[in-house]
Design a protein around this ligand. Sequence first.
Ligand code: NAP
Length: 343
Amino acid sequence: MNEAKNCQWRVARRPEGNVVREDFEYKEIDIPDIQDGEVLLKTLYLNLAPVMRMYMSGESAAGEQSLDIGDVIHGRGVAEIIESKHSDYKEGEIVQGQMGWQTYKASKMTDKEKFRKIPDMGAPYSLGLSLLGMTGLSAYFGYFSHGNPNRGETVVISGAAGGVGSTVVQFAKMLDCYVIGIAGGEEKCNFIESLGCDESIDYKSGDIENRIKEAAPNGIDLYFDNVGGDILSACMENLAMNSRIVHCGSISEYLLDEPFGLKNYTNLRRTNSSLKGFFIYNHLHEIDSAEEQLVRWIKDEKIKSVEHVVDGFMSMPEGLAQLYDGSNHGVALCQVRHCTYSD
Ligand SMILES: NC(=O)c1ccc[n+]([C@@H]2O[C@H](COP(=O)([O-])OP(=O)(O)OC[C@H]3O[C@@H](n4cnc5c(N)ncnc54)[C@H](OP(=O)(O)O)[C@@H]3O)[C@@H](O)[C@H]2O)c1
């Protein structure tokens, strides 16, 4: 990465299957000059999220415009304001928002870019992309607002070792729930047990439906779905009466040409259950109060940030691929510059 330039990752071609380096184009352009009403942002961290492959495929996902070949890839980041001609922002402030895959950005800080100042709490700035970013907030609103959780119930979480999943595991343990985490491989299963899961299921070892039946003999009260596909279908076979499914994501289907096609949804009727989807950007008006609550829990050490940090801007393409091959534990993000703590 060239410090004297604005380094960017752009779409070189539409990915087929998982992303590979050839799908990305690396560019160095001049660092932009700012005009009145703008700030100059210097990237510290960038988030890596499954949705970024959808952007590269030309889909207009997560409220962002679809990308053409040659466009800078969308992505949220944590950045320092290094110059300001904007009345609401000062030099030295740290913000998180729509940075794109680049190392500098001139911005008018429009609503569309959804920039927020990161609370100054003597904690790593990376929290602005993990627990206090869209990942932590998705876990928070998905579980507490859409899951209607009850103390002590049986909760199943797929993608439990990932960013959203590892946060929901901790929320469910805060409510003394019996938590069954689903993840890929023995090592990840050990990891989610160390996070608090009472049981773990390795979906790669097969027979997922019966494994869930054994772990939750009285059925699932709440299933937090990060993956969709056959894991959702297996959970659908194991619902308790009046259970709830929170549809957060369906990563197992993102690389398929056709959607999975769930066949057993009528189990919802038999068990008086509900399936409810949500989209984090529909909760922007409630973020302040959620953030206050999350900050309290972090300070009280009730929840911790689980981060998978990819080192350096040049590693962004591989970092995105890791989400689809399952190499990440916790929230995937890239440390673009070594500037880690708020004072
Ligand atoms: N609704 C919303 O507003 C919203 C907001 C944020 C994220 N999301 C969604 O929430 C989910 C989690 O996002 P995240 O950012 O926290 O990602 P993540 O869970 O940190 O990373 C993806 C994980 O998914 C698992 N995975 C990959 N392919 C899979 C497959 N074929 N079957 C089962 N698991 C697979 C992998 O774990 P294993 O090794 O365990 O397979 C991988 O580590 C995603 O589906 C994402 O799109 C939704």
